[in-house]
Write a protein that binds this ligand. Structure first.
Ligand code: XIL
Length: 449
């Protein structure tokens, strides 16, 4: 992955240099990369993904806002218009017109529409939290039926439940749904949603789940449980709100991959990264490359268009400045989306090279674990590697990512895949696995070549 990012950087330099030369002659299209797309949506579409933006109905009257949306993006999430306090402000009285203003335009342009969100403790209509359990349950199902019924057949994916977990991986206790209906409310919501619009993908969406941590492990265990019991769930949304206090985690891609390995799609649903200049641009590149590297990552949505309308405007976290100028982050995003189209076909590096070491970090929960293995080259370049992970008795690996694997118990061999076999001196790559039983205490050894 280190090598991949170096390659990406090298390619970006070439593309930018070419664009600079062409700009001087007045031809600013990215010629030279004949198939490079010139908008985010077209570039994403060429990679089989959507690139959406959160849109507010209240801004649609601003010509530049709407033209930037419809020119650059091929997806949309209504930023607030489908939330319970707006869409069902009184019991069984639905107010669809603000959201319809967005969906009508989006449908006319065949955009991918994400529905956000059905069951959430925040921006909830006041009348809901006062209900007793029986009434709350029927109000929740009626809300799902009413909203999903109105948009039936129009929505690519619904955030059925939003932000139901606390930072420690337990359920969020301040949710009235949690308090009155107990742990089962999420499952009830997903089952009702499947019945209401069987064609829509059903997502669980949350923040601070972007790396492997207690909270994402809680969500992971829930998704694993749902899949094992046949509870309908199709996707997990990673909000991906980043700033210096909450940076892009180093295992962002591995975390997407481990969820995908459960048999769900993953989506980046509310991306914004505070900052400016090349630091911000590089962070966008990392996030987009992570999605591009995970085949089940079906799309990316940024949480707004110009900085001035961001919910975190002071952090200037978006791709367009407040005058709709394209920021360095925009160029980085477009180049990342275009980049892979010019990648040479990957090859397995020939088996030769210097020594390597491997370390494993295990995230253990009650009856399962995720191991993240870091493979580091010594003072010489590594070209191909084999890591042997020796698991404690009773531990069984059920899936993995970013490595080939033989076996699932005892001493398990992992070898590099096409894109992470070459490791520059002192650099590292990561792969991971998940399993059942107790994975803590695993030991590792590494052989290069
Ligand atoms: C935010 C909107 O962007 C704001 O306009 C609104 O005032 C508050 O909500 N997690 C979510 C989004 O799931 O719905 C939130 O959106 C941001 C955090």
């Amino acid at each position: 992955m280190v090598i991949k990012s170096l390659r990406t950087t090298a390619r970006k330099v070439v593309v930018v240099a070419a664009a600079g030369a062409l700009a001087a002659t007045g031809a600013i299209a990215l010629a030279g990369t004949a198939d490079a797309a010139t908008t985010l949506g077209a570039a994403a579409a060429a990679r089989g993904k959507y690139f959406g933006a959160a849109v507010s109905a209240g801004h649609l009257g601003e010509a530049q806002y709407t033209s930037t949306w419809t020119t650059e993006f091929n997806g949309v999430t209504p930023e607030n218009e489908m939330k319970w306090d707006t869409i069902e402000p009184n019991r069984n009285q639905f107010n669809f017109s603000p959201a319809d203003q967005i969906t009508t335009q989006a449908r006319g342009r065949s955009m991918t529409i994400r529905g956000h969100t059905l069951v959430w403790h925040s921006q909830l209509a006041g009348w809901v939290s006062g209900l007793d359990a029986t009434n709350l349950r029927s109000a929740m199902v009626n809300h799902i039926n009413g909203v999903m019924g109105h948009y039936k057949g129009q929505i690519y994916a619904w955030d059925v439940v939003n932000e139901a977990f606390a930072e420690n991986g337990a359920r969020r206790s301040e949710s009235p749904f949690q308090q009155k209906l107990g742990n089962g409310y999420i499952e009830e919501a997903f089952r009702a949603a499947r019945a209401a619009d069987p064609a829509a993908k059903l997502c669980y969406n949350d923040y601070n789940t972007d790396g492997q941590n207690a909270k994402s492990n809680g969500v992971f265990a829930m998704v694993q449980d749902f899949k094992s019991r046949g509870v309908p769930i199709d996707c997990v949304g990673f909000q991906s709100h980043f700033n210096s206090a909450s940076p892009v985690p180093s295992d962002y891609q591995a975390n997407l991959a481990r969820f995908a390995s459960l048999g769900v799609d993953v989506q980046i649903t509310e991306l914004d990264i505070e900052g400016s200049g090349s630091t911000q641009a590089n962070n966008y590149t990392r996030v987009l490359n992570a999605c591009l590297a995970v085949s089940r990552c079906t799309g990316i949505t940024v949480w707004g268009i110009p900085d001035k309308y961001s919910w975190r405007a002071s952090g200037t976290p978006l791709l367009f400045d407040s005058n709709y100028g394209k920021k360095a982050a925009y160029t980085a995003a477009l180049n990342a989306l275009n980049g892979g189209t010019t990648d040479p076909p990957p090859e397995n590096p020939p088996p030769s090279g210097g020594a390597c070491t491997a370390t494993v970090t295990t995230n253990q929960w009650q009856d399962g674990f995720v191991g993240t293995v870091r493979v580091t080259a010594g003072s010489a370049q590594v070209n191909g590697w084999t890591v042997t992970v020796t698991l404690p008795t009773g531990a069984t690996i059920t899936s993995g990512w970013n490595a080939n694997r033989s076996g699932n118990i005892g001493a398990v061999n992992f070898t590099n895949v096409s894109f992470n076999g070459s490791i520059a001196p002192g650099q590292s790559v990561e792969f991971g696995y998940q399993g059942t039983g107790t994975g803590s205490g695993a030991t590792t050894s590494c052989a290069a070549g």
